[in-house]
Design a binder for this molecule. Structure first.
Ligand SMILES: NC(=O)c1ccc[n+]([C@@H]2O[C@H](COP(=O)([O-])OP(=O)(O)OC[C@H]3O[C@@H](n4cnc5c(N)ncnc54)[C@H](OP(=O)(O)O)[C@@H]3O)[C@@H](O)[C@H]2O)c1
Length: 280
């Protein structure tokens, strides 16, 4: 049990890595706000987390599929809470099919990257109110497959779609944003870091054929492992000054050339600001 409870916002915390992370923080007596899209799943997660009888657990409805909904969910947080010590951008999805968000963006780009971009930009002033604010971004080693193609941000502009590449694009965007933010935050009380959580046994593989999942499962680690790493990034003194870092479980933290490209990071940041400008 911690002496000072911190306020921690985790997206997609009803299952997988997000839920395991919430569990770790709750067991230490922190105040955890779980931002989830499905109210029933969110309530079940809240009850589960409350069963530890330690920290406070609040629920915010957040659907990263819609910029308007993200905007109102962030406004709800801003109205209710004074500060955020740790913002964990965890929610994410994979789909083999070409789909569009409510705003017409390719779904993996929209849900995994652009939505969390708006969410983070809206909540950043609250993170800055913490003594030592932390933004922690769930990227992936799959970013090595990715590239940034503004002409493919919108679903109806895509001619040839590959779900795995598109997931890689969204995860590269997560990493570039984490870096661009870190650059801007230099010298402030807030850091921005990213991680590859390892191959984790979660629901993200739900769309895979059963036989493929059976093979992949053999190499997967439990969500409690990345949850421990996220806690370390949030509170371990060894992370106090680390900013713009990328770490990885299971595999070396290899960053692609594109992920190291600060100019690309800044370009994507500027393009993203323009895409969400109606909400900022
Ligand atoms: N598992 C891995 O091996 C792995 C590897 C590398 C990176 N990652 C990254 O780790 C993060 C967590 O993944 P996970 O493995 O824990 O996956 P998961 O078990 O599928 O959990 C994903 C969470 O994101 C939520 N989510 C999906 N779409 C959303 C939307 N439109 N709005 C709000 N929330 C939404 C899900 O909500 P519902 O329950 O309602 O669907 C769920 O809570 C993701 O960013 C993923 O890309 C995972």
């Amino acid at each position: 049990m911690m002496t000072t409870a911190k306020t921690i916002v985790i997206t997609g915390a009803n299952t997988g890595i997000g839920l395991a992370t919430a569990e770790t923080f709750i067991k230490d007596g922190h105040h955890v706000i779980i931002a989830c899209r499905n109210p029933d799943k969110a309530r079940t997660a809240q009850q589960h987390l409350q069963s530890f009888g330690t920290g406070q657990v609040d629920v915010i409805a957040l659907d990263l599929n819609s910029l308007e909904q993200i905007n109102s969910a962030a406004d709800e947080i801003i109205a209710k809470y004074e500060k955020i010590d740790v913002l964990v951008n965890n929610a994410g999805m994979m789909t083999p099919d070409l789909e569009a968000t409510a705003d017409g963006f390719e779904k993996q780009f929209g849900v995994n990257y652009l939505g969390p971009f708006l969410w983070t930009m809206k909540l950043l002033p609250l993170v800055k109110k913490a003594d030592q604010g932390r933004v922690i971004n769930l990227a992936s080693m799959m970013h090595i497959l990715g590239s940034i193609k503004p002409e493919s941000f919108k679903a109806d502009h895509i001619q040839k779609y590959n779900g795995v590449i598109s997931y890689g694009n969204s995860k590269l965007a997560n990493l570039l944003f984490s870096n661009a933010l870190a650059t801007q935050l230099q010298g402030s009380n807030v850091t921005s870091n990213a991680l590859h959580p390892g191959g984790v046994d979660s629901e993200i593989y739900r769309e895979l054929p059963k036989w493929q999942y059976a093979i992949i499962k053999l190499g997967l680690i439990p969500p409690s492992k990345p949850a421990e790493l996220i806690k370390k990034i949030a509170f371990d003194p060894s992370w106090a000054k680390r900013n713009g870092d990328y770490v990885s479980l299971q595999t070396p933290a290899f960053k692609s050339g594109k992920a190291k490209n600060q100019k690309l990071a800044q370009q994507l940041y500027d393009q993203s600001l323009d895409l969400v400008k109606n909400y900022l």
